[in-house]
Design a protein around this ligand. Structure first.
Ligand SMILES: [Zn+2]
Ligand SMILES: [Zn+2]
Length: 238
């Protein structure tokens, strides 16, 4: 029991450190390329950091329990030997994780925009106007819990090589921060391309924060397009 609790605590600290380093790095980059972008937002940034650290604690609990079970009880379908599955399966598993996470996020996000759920939880995330790089994990605990269970549940269902799992978490972290930082870091050649029509970057998610009832997706625009909630990207990326 103590070992499980320690694993959960350690994971919460790791998630908090990951948040501080990634949001801190992109906040610093923002300071370099758009020196005045976060001017006057000190109070908001303090709240974003507070909610994000609470979310980090929540994210760490299921992740820490599952990590303990993986190491000590043979839980999960995480594998370390590349020879366990064919090499073509590596990108397939990566895309499968991103796709399922995106699907879960899209539909729970739609739910969180229902008036009662919005008042109860999601208003915390939208209190950032405009969001900053520190808003990456700025969620009410109820919403944080809905996000925290996805990857720990998926590793039981879909086999994934541990390095690919690391890549999933890296993509999740970087996109979570950069989609909120208030400027587009990807080149126009990508954002305004056939591929860009299906990917979510800052230009797309910013519009969700500006207009609320559109652009609900996480990584891909597929669900937004299928469900008629895609309003395209905000004014030309600066
Ligand atoms: Zn957001
Ligand atoms: Zn929202």
């Amino acid at each position: 029991m103590t070992a499980v609790a320690l694993s959960a605590l350690a994971m919460s600290l790791i998630v908090a450190a990951r948040y501080a380093l990634s949001s801190g790095a992109f906040a610093y980059a923002t300071h370099r390329v758009r020196p005045r972008l976060y001017a006057g937002l000190d109070e908001q940034i303090r709240r974003e950091i507070g909610w994000s650290l609470a979310s980090a604690a929540i994210y760490g609990i299921p992740a820490g329990i599952v990590a303990w079970g993986w190491q000590n009880r043979g839980w999960t379908q995480i594998y370390t030997d590349f020879a366990d599955y064919p090499l073509w399966y590596l990108p397939v598993s990566l895309l499968a994780f991103l796709f399922v996470h995106d699907t879960w996020f899209y539909w729970t996000h739609r739910l969180f925009h229902r008036p009662s759920w919005f008042r109860l939880a999601h208003s915390v995330h939208h209190a950032s106007r405009p969001p900053t790089a520190w808003a990456a994990m700025s969620f009410h605990p109820i919403e944080a819990l809905s996000g925290a269970v996805v990857i720990p549940a998926l590793v039981f269902l879909v086999p994934i090589q541990v390095a690919m799992l690391g890549l999933v978490l890296a993509i999740m972290t970087v996109m979570g921060v950069t989609n909120h930082m208030g400027w587009e870091m990807f080149p126009r050649a990508i954002v305004h391309s056939r591929l860009g029509d299906w990917l979510i970057t800052a230009s797309h998610h910013q519009r969700h924060h500006d207009e609320y009832r559109c652009n609900y997706g996480l990584y891909f625009r597929m669900w937004d397009r299928l469900c008629g909630t895609d309003r395209g990207i905000a004014s030309p990326p600066a």
